[in-house]
Design a protein around this ligand. Structure first.
Ligand code: DX5
Ligand code: ZN
Length: 216
């Protein structure tokens, strides 16, 4: 089965982003983790750097906003060139209007759910989006262990989408390796973020190939 692989730039060398992007040019998109030191304690990059990354990247940008007030800020990331912008439902005041604004700015719109966030309040929202991101770690840092207890939620999401003939991408993020990818795939994920397992050890192109191979 063909899957989408989105290596996370969070595990790359921030001082050499352009060459780090070339090392993952066989992936389907680059996952760019934006952290604001409010929604999560860590701080990464903002729209200026993300815009520059969009200019030099050989592959599309899948921006994951771990920020407060996406109602105000999300659309900026579409305007600087991200093909896809995903924001956290826990942070937004009006999810539907953020989705509409992103679409109007020409980006695909995704919504992300933290591990403790249930699906139920957002079922209607899933009819409007291009991607649903189920976090398989607490957002905020790379290199954490995959939470297998998220597989029930992922399975329920997949069943809901199938029952309503909805086809947003279903992305998982956190602790994805050659061991955990097949588990998430089995529960309905089709888009996989991988930071440490792509950049951490070995060569990114072969790590990407190994992750694709276990999905066969
Ligand atoms: C975590 C980020 C992830 C992170 C994944 O808050 O959203 O995208 O980079 O890193 P790994 O693959 O190392 O768990
Ligand atoms: Zn992420």
């Amino acid at each position: 089965m063909s899957i989408r692989l989105h290596p996370s730039l969070l595990a790359a060398d921030f001082v050499n982003i352009e060459s780090e992007l070339r090392r993952i040019d066989t992936a389907d998109a680059v996952h760019v983790d934006v952290m604001d030191n409010h929604f999560v304690p860590a701080l990464t990059f903002g729209p200026q750097i993300v815009g520059r990354i969009a200019q030099v990247s050989p592959i599309p940008l899948d921006v994951h906003l771990m920020i407060d007030n996406p109602d105000k800020h999300a659309v900026t990331y579409a305007e600087v060139g991200a093909q896809s912008v995903t924001f956290h439902v826990e942070a937004a005041k009006n999810c539907s209007s953020v989705v509409a604004n992103l679409r109007q700015a020409g980006a695909a719109a995704g919504v992300a759910l933290k591990p403790a966030t249930p699906l139920e309040p957002y079922l209607e929202l899933f009819h409007e989006v291009d991607m649903v991101l189920i976090m398989t770690v607490e957002p905020g840092a790379g290199g954490q262990a995959f939470m297998p207890e998220m597989m029930d939620k992922l399975g329920e999401l997949s069943e809901y989408l199938a029952a309503h003939r909805l086809t947003p991408l279903v992305e998982v993020d956190g602790g994805i390796t050659v061991t955990t990818l097949p588990l998430a795939l089995h529960h309905g994920a089709n888009t996989f973020v991988a930071g440490s397992s792509v950049y951490g050890s070995g060569e990114p192109h072969s790590n990407i190939a190994a992750l694709r191979a276990v999905a066969q």
